[in-house]
Design a protein around this ligand. Structure first.
Ligand SMILES: Cc1ncc(COP(=O)(O)O)c(C=O)c1O
Length: 390
């Protein structure tokens, strides 16, 4: 990996650094295949189409999707979630979601509540973020159309029992949307085995691709209203958006250069495997948690060390505002973390940190043990300085 100018612990927002193969593929694509994909029939346009096809094929392999064309590309998770939510729900529908969701699930649902009069139930998890699936089933009503859950909380790192919810959703004939923003590339995902009808994922986090990439898996028997209408390079004579996938959900020119990078990111993950990536990240996470909780005045959010989680450590230090902590870590120690509400006021309400927000440190696959040690030492130094100044 390239020399790192900073200690980067903000992988939950966007992963960094990227494998060199990702950067090289993007440069190569820009030089050799950045014509318009799916439109012209000349050699470079065909090359561009092949870049998209390869990325789709690899995504299908990673998420065990039978037909790669059931994956529609999107700009990010938010875009994919909006396509799923706005494309599926109709007036009178009821949706079940949880008290941990990101604003990218909550806001589109709340917007449809205002616009279409849909109903939304937020199932409460405990303060550590653990969800009881029985509470999900108990919330199902005759008009429940959708269960929408994040696979892993971007505040607490808790992992949602998606397969159990998938079993309930199938039995009760409700659709299941999974927000895989924090799990794609890190936790094994098998859409069929887990009963997932819609899977929204980012390219720029665990899949190690660039920003501006992501996508939505749509079950072959599920029809969504497109979010955008426009040129697809197919059925151009028709005034309506074509039915054929993925064109139906991909109006406009796609991000060929970004997908060239994402394709290499997925190759990297398929080689390493999500299992190995998750095991390493979880180990780093436990070490960070153990070090931080030895510092007097530190409170960690989420489940204890030993409970399976993704690489997210949110914490508070008594007497220090989270944004001040993030500022000091950045300015004095060159450590990048994220403070505030992490786009999940619901999650902060659940964890009891709504008044303060929190500091979130999120290691990645390329984080080194020495960087975790430096992070712990930096928080300790900030804590000691504060005590000495009192
Ligand atoms: C759980 C969760 N959902 C949705 C999003 C939004 O992702 P994106 O930035 O790819 O739109 C994030 C981003 O951090 C997230 O953590």
């Amino acid at each position: 990996m390239q020399n790192k100018p900073i200690i980067y612990l903000d992988n939950a927002a966007t992963s960094w650094p990227k494998p060199p193969s990702v950067i090289e593929a993007m440069e190569r694509s820009m030089r050799e295949s950045a014509a318009n994909p799916g439109r012209g029939s000349h050699a470079m346009a065909v090359k561009a189409s092949r870049v998209l096809f390869e990325a789709r094929k690899k995504l299908a392999r990673l998420f065990r999707v039978n037909n790669p064309n059931d994956i529609a590309f999107a700009l990010n998770t938010t875009h994919a979630l909006n396509l799923a939510i706005q494309g599926l729900l109709k007036p009178g529908d009821h949706v079940i979601t949880t008290s941990l969701e990101h604003n990218s699930v909550r806001r589109p649902l709340e917007a449809l509540k205002r616009k279409l009069g849909i109903e939304v139930t937020y199932v409460q998890t405990d303060a550590k973020g653990l969800l009881n699936v029985k509470d999900v089933e108990a919330s199902i009503k005759s008009n429940t159309k959708l269960i929408a859950v994040s696979h892993s909380s971007n505040l607490l790192g808790t992992i949602t029992p998606v397969s159990d919810i998938g079993e309930i959703a199938r039995r009760r004939k409700v659709k299941l949307l999974v927000d895989a923003a924090q799990s794609a590339g890190v936790l094994p995902i098998d859409v069929e085995a887990m009963g997932i009808d819609l899977l929204a994922f980012p390219g720029h986090k665990g899949l190690l691709g660039p920003q501006g990439t992501g996508g939505l898996y749509i079950h072959p028997e599920l029809e969504l209203e497109p979010l955008m209408h426009g040129g697809t390079g197919s059925k151009s004579e028709a005034p309506e958006q074509p039915l054929v996938r993925p064109d139906r959900y991909e109006a406009g020119t796609q991000n060929t250069v970004g997908m060239a990078g994402l394709s290499e990111g997925i190759s990297y993950i398929l080689k390493e495997t999500p299992e190995v990536i998750h095991a390493k990240e979880q180990q780093l996470t436990y070490e960070l948690m153990e070090g931080l909780q030895r510092i007097p005045g530190v409170t960690l959010l989420g489940p204890e060390v030993g409970v399976e989680r993704t690489a997210i450590v949110s914490f508070l230090l008594e007497g220090v505002d989270p944004s001040e902590m993030a500022f000091l870590l950045d300015q004095q120690f060159g450590i990048a973390v994220r403070a505030g509400f992490h786009c999940t006021p619901l999650g902060h309400e659940t964890a009891g940190s709504f008044e303060t927000g929190a500091v979130r440190a999120s290691p990645g696959y390329f984080t080194e043990k020495s960087e975790i040690v430096s992070m712990i030492a930096a928080v300790k130094e900030i804590s000691d300085t504060l005590k000495n100044n009192k």
